[in-house]
Write a protein that binds this ligand. Structure first.
Ligand SMILES: Nc1ncnc2c1ncn2[C@@H]1O[C@H](COP(=O)(O)OP(=O)(O)OP(=O)(O)O)[C@@H](O)[C@H]1O
Length: 451
């Protein structure tokens, strides 16, 4: 009996210690089981208290009246599945007649308190079926990405969402992105994660870093082209526009061949081309974009117009040619001059780190996800790296990228330096440091698809 008591005390002490110091381990060791039991035991009463039940059907009442059976109580949504995950629980519910997904969404905060979870969100999976995702602890406090992620060509894991799911940057679904945030809010760390995630993929990385290259140039071995000042950037962007024209010509040439072949697919973008002809996709990362839009004299103004025009053309036409923009800055509004709002409208993948004012939050989300504006303003200054991510569907999430150091990102880029495609169209902008290795390729003088 004494040994049993000692063992029990030790287990409780270990659980307490884990919960305090290592909440992720606590969750895996104890938390998931306890929380699942708590949800199952409290489920009927909690759903009733949250107004998520419906009265019993008339035939049940009639049956109870006709027999000696007890009168049936109110009915909660049926549990289809309760699945513990690495960070929480996922509850799949079948709604009762008369209920809708909004009822569950409106009760998320009450469910969070009642089930003693850290966070609860819900979404409709299909008509009448709702998924409630619960997190057991603050997963954004110390971000740990899962070992296995659903990475695909041009779809990379970049951060963790507050509901424990992985946040992916999917270039084929949302081609162009805009990342905003005040100084020291975590933009560079986010961009670093993006580069490190893209490095093992079959993709050409092109960088424009107007912070004199301090962020992107150290990762030069994995970059096919780099520019560190507005003059170089203007020329690099012109070269990219010319490359885009070549890719369009290639697609047209392929269309001319396939047009005469009955039942053959007609290519409308690089992904429809046969793999041996497909030009390598390009991600263009622009850091501190406002530097490209500032000018003090007429000549600089002409350069600025040239840069913004090239960016707008790439944003409007780049998707089919496999050219994707990833623009980063502190603010990106109409005060930066003409063409900026037109460019911003094309950058539909939005991420906002902590911003200093509501106007900056509106620049990020005002036009696509107004609900996210308040969430962006509420990001606490001490939680660097926390961001709100939204796209043109209107949905948004709180996310945080893992704290990847520049050293780690550089190591990843160096490890994958042999994957750096050599794009002759961008040859003058190839970084001198070590230089990318040449990957021979046919179409538009780029690398063959290997992803
Ligand atoms: N995801 C994160 N997790 C933990 N800490 C972070 C994260 N992102 C950023 N930080 C912390 O915040 C600091 C500033 O981050 P970062 O350099 O990315 O900001 P920034 O927005 O790029 O700033 P600036 O605009 O001045 O370049 C980092 O040194 C790091 O300590």
């Amino acid at each position: 009996m004494t040994w049993l008591t000692v063992a029990l005390v030790l287990v409780v002490a270990a659980a307490g210690l884990l919960r305090w110091r290592r909440p992720a381990w606590y969750w895996l060791a104890f938390g998931a089981t306890l929380a699942a039991l708590r949800v199952l035991v409290r489920y009927p009463s909690v759903m009733d208290a949250c107004g998520l039940t419906v009265p019993p059907s008339r035939w049940r009442l009639a049956l109870a009246r006709a027999t000696d059976w007890p009168v049936p109580g109110p009915r909660a949504p049926r549990i289809l599945r309760l699945r513990p995950t690495r960070t929480g629980l996922v509850l799949r519910l079948k709604l009762r007649p008369g209920q809708d997904a909004f009822d569950v969404a409106a009760s998320c905060d009450r469910l969070r308190h009642s089930f003693a979870m850290y966070g609860v969100t819900s979404r409709e999976l299909r008509s009448g079926v709702v998924e409630v995702r619960m997190t057991g602890y603050d997963v954004l406090k110390r971000v740990q990405m899962p070992a296995k992620t659903d990475t695909r060509p041009m779809r990379v894991p970049v951060a963790l969402r507050e509901d424990g799911a992985v946040h992916y940057r999917d270039y084929r679904a949302v081609p162009h992105g805009l990342t905003l945030g005040a100084t020291e809010s975590g933009k560079s760390v986010y961009q670093r994660n993006l580069v490190a995630a893209l490095a093992p993929q079959h993709v050409a990385l092109v960088g424009i870093d107007c912070k004199q290259g301090v962020e992107l140039f150290s990762m030069a071995r994995r970059f096919s082209a780099l520019a560190d000042n507005p003059d170089n950037a203007a020329e690099l962007l012109d070269a990219l526009v010319a490359h885009m024209g070549d890719v369009y010509q290639l697609i047209r040439a392929e269309q001319r061949i396939t047009a005469d072949v009955p039942d053959a697919e007609i290519a409308a973008n690089i992904w429809d081309l046969p793999e041996d002809l497909r030009p390598v996709p390009i991600v263009v990362l622009v850091d501190e974009v406002a530097e490209l839009a500032l000018f003090t004299n007429k000549e600089e103004e002409r350069r600025r117009d040239r840069i913004i025009t090239a960016l707008v053309r790439l944003a409007q036409l780049g998707r089919a040619a496999g050219i994707y923009l990833e623009i980063c800055g502190q603010r990106f509004g109409s005060e930066l001059g003409k063409g900026i709002t037109m460019l911003r409208a094309q950058l539909t993948g939005r991420t906002a780190h902590r911003v200093n004012d509501e106007t900056s939050a509106n620049m990020a989300f005002g036009d696509i996800a107004p609900d996210a504006v308040l969430a962006a303003i509420q990001i606490p200054a001490e939680m660097r790296g926390i961001a709100i991510a939204a796209d043109s569907t209107g949905g948004w999430h709180r996310i945080r990228a893992p704290h990847t150091s520049l050293r780690q990102a550089v190591n990843t880029c160096n490890r994958h330096a042999d994957l750096t495609p050599d794009l002759p169209a961008l040859a003058p902008f190839r970084p001198a440091l070590g230089g990318p290795k040449s990957v021979p390729g046919p179409a538009v003088e780029s690398a063959p698809a290997a992803a």
